[in-house]
Design a protein around this ligand. Sequence first.
Ligand SMILES: Nc1ncnc2c1ncn2[C@@H]1O[C@H](COP(=O)(O)OP(=O)(O)OP(=O)(O)O)[C@@H](O)[C@H]1O
Ligand SMILES: [Mg+2]
Length: 177
Amino acid sequence: MIATEKGIMESMAILDDKTLDFLSSSETQTERLGVRLGELLQPMDIVCLSGELGAGKTVFARGMGRGWGAAPRVTSPTFTLVNEYPRLRDGLVLYHVDCYRLETTADAITVGLEDMLASRSVMMIEWPERIETMLPADRLLIALRHINETRRGIRMTAGGDRSLALLKSFRQSAFGV
Ligand SMILES: Nc1ncnc2c1ncn2[C@@H]1O[C@H](COP(=O)(O)OP(=O)(O)OP(=O)(O)O)[C@@H](O)[C@H]1O
Ligand SMILES: [Mg+2]
């Protein structure tokens, strides 16, 4: 087993059985935590990343891409709304979607979100608030918030059985509990 993050354990709080809250003290730590989650992703998992500009959504997503086993680094889909990351091992695709520029649900359907959601693919969605009504309840919400220049608060909330299992596996992997 890989050691858990140094010092992070003290910042971890289980608010209720569906919610985990902790601090990241650097960009690299946020990315490493993303790797832990990415390693655990399975087909149909939906991970939503919320938080203001610069909160660290893309940093966390980049880590998830690495943990997933995506070939290229996952960077912010600033110009393309959807980036696809096929995994080397078995070709399964991880979608990274940035909904920041979506105005309506109709726009979301136009860019193929509905089909993606209906498929068995794994998805990471930045700015999920924009497409709230399209999303299934069973998703893992990761809300990032600024604490200061180098620290971020990260709160994970599971919306159903599968995301709860994912959250528990992540807790075990990252915190050893
Ligand atoms: N603990 C930390 N975790 C993550 N990022 C951090 C941390 N401390 C500082 N940073 C910095 O904050 C920025 C986070 O940028 P990122 O692109 O991930 O934000 P974002 O939430 O995706 O924003 P946007 O909504 O604009 O896409 C980076 O410049 C990173 O270096
Ligand atoms: Mg981003």
